[in-house]
Design a binder for this molecule. Structure first.
Ligand SMILES: [Zn+2]
Ligand SMILES: [Zn+2]
Length: 387
């Protein structure tokens, strides 16, 4: 079965929604226009229930099938937020908000799930209930976690959840997936190295936190190269080095380091946290400084459930003839929190040969719409078949 004919018919309408969202990007939890637009469309489609304000600006829509005897409830999730990037696409429908841009294709995800909701509300050719989930703040804000913390899974009795992300480099309309750990846990750390500032010409009268911090940055490389099992995946990156002085002739009082840790196994996450603490405090002490480490665990590892992944891949093969094995991704994904609460699967849909996500010239590929929408609809119709 290729893409559903109905989505070929709806493609231009869904494309219009997508481009309107692209023109009006909103960041993190400030998806007020987007959330209102999503809620209004879900109402117009005839959803049985539409609730706003879940996870602050998240929106939930409920669509009941022709029958409900199966008692099954499936959650389908899209993300709505944009990124703080200055758009450089030159598109007619480029962002009207300088410094905000749909550079991760969440405009496409929202539009595709709206398209699927329209179709499912029209046809209702399934036995059970669909809950469409539109989350804010995927890009670092934990909007998915907030929706879970608001009790979304229990409130609507969601039993399994599915998510989708476009993927540049995969042929448009093709899919890729993998079972088990898929996206990395994404933690952040901030280290303050306190020394004793003074005149740059009198280093002997100071305790230089710059030199100590430089040694710390170098020593942190040993977590990946010397501490972690070399066959495991781990990234430790220092991304910011900021001293308390910008002068040429001052040894600063303190240095602030910031960075990120990406891991796919719980033991590596623990290892990184412990080693960052030990290396920073120990190295600082050795050079006469004092280091304070703040380590924050953000998104957990996103783990695809075996059974739902196999099912999701079958559906992808039905829609586009094939489903590739996806690579491990050291990026993070807020959908991980939903997959911690319920079994489910997250799939990649090809965006074709485009700029990478988070690039100022990236654009979601509207040609992926029929395949993406068909995958959503088929997940529902196959998982909860009508008699
Ligand atoms: Zn992104
Ligand atoms: Zn994204």
């Amino acid at each position: 079965m290729p893409v559903k004919n109905r989505f070929a018919e709806l493609q231009s309408e869904i494309t219009e929604w997508r481009r309107d969202l692209h023109e009006n990007p909103e960041l993190l939890f400030d998806t007020h226009r987007t959330s209102a637009l999503v809620a209004e469309k879900l109402q117009a489609f005839g959803c049985d229930e539409v609730v706003t304000g879940i996870g602050r600006t998240g929106v939930v829509g409920v669509i009941k099938g022709k029958a409900s005897g199966s008692g099954k409830v499936i959650g389908l999730r899209a993300d709505m937020d944009a990124l703080p990037i200055l758009e450089d696409t030159g598109l007619e429908y480029a962002s009207k908000t300088p410094g905000a841009m749909h550079a991760c294709g969440h405009d496409g995800h929202t539009a595709m799930l709206l398209g699927a909701a329209k179709y499912l509300a029209e046809t209702r050719n399934f036995d059970g209930t669909v809950v469409v989930i539109f989350q804010p703040a995927e890009e670092g804000g934990g909007g998915g976690k907030e929706m879970c913390d608001d009790g979304m899974m229990a409130r609507w009795g969601i039993q399994e959840v599915y998510g989708m992300h476009n993927w540049p480099g995969v042929p448009v309309g093709q899919f890729a997936i993998r079972p088990g750990a898929f996206f990395a846990a994404t933690d952040i750390f901030e280290v303050t190295v306190e020394g004793k500032g003074g005149h740059a010409a009198k280093p002997h009268e100071t305790i230089d936190p710059t030199v100590a911090s430089a040694q710390i940055v170098t020593a942190l490389q040993t977590i990946a190269s010397r501490n972690a099992d070399p066959v495991s995946q781990i990234v430790v990156s220092v991304t910011s080095f900021e001293t308390s002085s910008t002068a040429f002739n001052v040894i600063p009082q303190r240095v602030k380091l910031r960075g990120t840790v990406r891991t796919l196994a719980p033991e590596n996450r623990d290892l990184a946290e412990t080693r960052i603490n030990d290396i920073c405090t120990g190295m600082a002490a050795a050079l006469g400084c004092v280091a304070k480490v703040d380590y924050t665990r953000n998104y957990p590892v996103m783990v695809n459930s075996e059974e739902q992944t196999e099912f999701a891949a079958d559906v992808a093969r039905a829609v586009s003839g094939d489903c590739a094995d996806a690579p491990l991704v050291m990026g993070g994904e807020d959908f991980a929190f939903m997959l911690e609460e319920r079994p489910g699967a997250y799939i990649l849909v090809g965006n074709g040969d485009t700029a990478a996500v988070h690039h100022p010239q990236y654009n979601f590929n509207d040609e992926a719409i029929p395949a993406g929408c068909s995958w959503w609809a088929e997940i529902v119709e196959r998982r909860m078949p009508a008699a």
